[in-house]
Design a protein around this ligand. Structure first.
Ligand code: NAX
Ligand code: K
Length: 270
C-alpha cells in the first residue's frame, strides 16, 4: 500500500502503461510484478479472513476458493493461492481455462501452483462451473480472479465458463428465497470486480445483467497500483465493496514516471 495523500485513479491504458514501463524501461519482468501483486493481495485476503471470522477460522480449517480466468488476472489468483498455502492454508483453485492452455505469465504462475502441490479443479465449460460452484457456498472466502483490466464493455457480454462463474458468484449473495444454505463467506475481487469495465464502471450487458451480463458483487476489491477511474462512477460501489489498494513492488515515483510519458500525465485518469 502506498503512503500518498491524494491517490489518483487510473484508466486501463494507464494501468497497462505502468506495467509496460516497469517491464520494458526498467527491466522488471512481468512475473515479478505479478508475484508482488499476488503476495500483497494474499495479505489482504488473510486480514479479511481474520477480521471476518476471528473466532471460527484458523489456517487449517479456512475454506478458500480461488476462481481463476485465463489472463493475467487469473495469474494473480494462482499467486494468491500459493502464498496462502505458504501460510498453512489449503485453497482450491477453480480454473475456467485449463492450466495446459494458459500462456505467458499466467502459465508460469499456474505451473508454479501445480508444482507446489496445489489443487486445481478445471471447469472450462458452463455445465462444469454450475456443478462445482456449489462448493463455493461453504467457502469462507471466494477470490474472484476471472477478469481485470483486460475486460471492457466494448467486448460485449461475458462468454462461456467465465459468464457462468460470474453468475454463480452473483448467486451466492442473492436473497435466498428457496430456503437453501445461506452463504456466510466473503467475496474478494482482484484488481476489478469481474465484468466491470475499469474505465467506465459499467458492467457487462448493462445493469440488467442477464445470462452473459452482470459483474461480481464483491465485499472487497483489492486493486493494484491505484483505484481505477470507473470506481468513481456513481453506482460502481455496488460491485466494489470496500476498496483496498495493493502495490506491485513499484515505488510511487516510478508509477508517476510511467504515467508522465502518457498524454495527460500522472493525474490524467483522475
Ligand atoms: N505484468 C502485468 O501486466 C500485470 C498484470 N496484472 C493483472 O493483469 C490484469 C490484466 O490482465 P490481462 O490484460 O491479461 O487481462 P485480464 O486477465 O483482465 O482478461 C483477459 C482474459 O479475459 C478473457 N475475456 C476477455 N473478454 C471476455 C469476455 N467477454 N468473456 C469472457 N472472457 C473474456 C480473455 O479471454 C482473457 O483470458 C490486471 O487486471 C491485473 O490483475 C498484475 O498481475 C500486475 C502485473
Ligand atoms: K477480478
Amino acid at each position: 500500500m502506498y503512503d500518498n495523500d491524494s491517490p489518483i485513479r487510473l484508466t486501463r491504458q494507464q494501468s497497462r502503461a505502468v506495467d509496460r514501463y516497469a517491464i520494458e524501461e526498467l527491466g522488471i519482468p512481468g512475473v515479478v510484478l505479478m508475484e508482488n501483486a499476488g503476495i500483497n493481495a494474499a495479505g489482504a485476503v488473510f486480514d479479511l479472513l481474520r477480521d471476518a471470522f476471528e473466532f471460527e477460522v484458523d489456517e487449517e480449517n479456512a475454506r478458500i476458493a480461488i476462481v481463476c480466468g485465463g489472463g493475467n488476472n487469473g495469474g494473480d489468483g494462482y499467486v494468491v493461492a500459493r502464498q496462502l498455502k505458504c501460510w498453512g492454508m489449503s485453497p482450491v483453485v477453480y480454473a475456467v481455462k485449463p492450466v495446459g492452455e494458459l500462456t505467458g505469465d499466467a502459465k508460469v504462475m499456474a505451473d508454479a501452483w501445480v508444482s507446489v502441490g496445489g489443487s486445481v479443479v478445471e471447469a472450462s465449460e458452463e455445465a462444469a462451473v454450475e456443478r462445482v460452484s456449489g462448493e463455493w457456498q461453504v467457502a469462507h472466502v471466494v477470490v474472484d480472479a476471472l477478469l481485470g483490466t483486460g475486460y471492457g464493455v466494448e467486448k460485449g457480454g461475458l462468454r462461456g465458463a467465465t459468464a457462468a462463474a460470474v453468475r454463480a458468484m452473483a448467486g451466492l449473495v442473492e436473497e435466498d428465497s428457496d430456503g437453501g444454505a445461506e452463504f456466510r463467506g466473503r467475496i474478494v475481487s482482484l484488481d476489478v470486480p469481474s465484468g466491470m469495465d475499469a474505465d467506465t464502471g459499467e458492467v457487462a450487458g448493462g445493469t440488467g445483467g442477464g445470462a452473459s451480463g452482470g459483474a461480481v458483487r464483491a465485499d472487497q476489491t483489492i486493486t493494484f497500483v491505484a483505484e481505477k477511474v470507473g470506481f468513481g462512477v456513481a453506482g460502481a460501489e455496488k460491485w466494489l465493496g470496500r476498496v483496498v489498494t495493493a502495490d506491485i513492488g513499484l515505488p510511487w515515483d516510478v508509477v508517476e514516471a510511467a504515467l508522465a510519458g502518457l498524454e495527460g500525465g500522472p493525474g490524467g485518469g483522475a
